[in-house]
Design a protein around this ligand. Sequence first.
Ligand code: IPM
Ligand code: MG
Length: 358
Amino acid sequence: MTKKIAVLPGDGIGPEIIEQAVRVLGALSLDLELETQPVGGAAYDVHGHPLPPVTLELAKRSDAILFGAVGDWKYDNLPREHRPEQAILGLRRALGLFANLRPAVLYPELANASSLKPEVVAGLDILIVRELTGDIYFGQPRGVRLLDDGPFKGERQGFDTMHYAETEIRRIGHVAFQAARKRGKKLCSVDKANVLETSQFWRDIMIDVAKEYPDVELSHMYVDNAAMQLVRAPKAFDVIVTGNLFGDILSDEAAMLTGSIGMLPSASLNASNQGLYEPSHGSAPDIAGKNIANPLATMLSAAMMLRYSLDQSAQADRIEAAVQSVLQQGLRTADIYEEGTTRVSTSEMGDAVLKALK
Ligand code: IPM
Ligand code: MG
């Protein structure tokens, strides 16, 4: 049966890296129908909105979305509802993509790229499961209001609301426990239960969900400590589950541990395994159009797409093996280049992966 893929290249380096990932998908002789639409700033330029109806409709009727990146300094002065970031937030909300999987894996070939000592990070393989449609990101009410009493009476106050409903916590808990079950069977739930009511509730529910997974060891950690432990002894973690805001911060930190954010894919899934797949890095407008960006994270995101949304894990394995092979051959884009390796462009990296696939 033909599977429909929405291809949303976006801004900055998005189009170049997506082009290479699409070449890789094309080489697998799968029954895929790809359709491309603009998103982010590129969509604002054409349609006056970062997530115009043509793009949203395409995403809704697709089995999976392959997403590049959004954002460019030239849109910084737009009102927030028209900024490129609203496209990704809008897709998450509209499609109910509540489960964000962000692996942080250190490839042995790239051990020197980390800013941490090689022995601290060698063999690092952790997975952050970030809740993606709740928390203070989407909580209502929010805005700016006039205070009518208290010490700041008469002043304006900016405010947001953090909340999690029980179902939201349970479903991300199940995703995380199931992921841990397939890996090292250790799950660390990260919260701020010493201060926040939302976090205490989160922790209570996680403890309850854990009863269904006696084979998985659940621990809890406050977010400030987790940030510290991630740089002190990152290999002590297996799977981390956390809310939207803490997950945003910790996943960037975890990605940087590997020293090669250009290598890391991510998946955002809903209850029916429809998913959005994107590299963990951003749109890097400073290097856009120069054919130097690293396309590997996008190719690995395409592999995650095959595995999670299209039930093609053998083909996903093929892409991952091809990426491993080009690294072993010593081929490096500028972001992961070191002396003694061969520097290649975005498109040359694409050529090499295609060759390795054969
Ligand atoms: C991410 C990004 C987004 C987020 C931005 C672009 C809205 O930082 O995917 O981590 O905060 O979730
Ligand atoms: Mg982020």
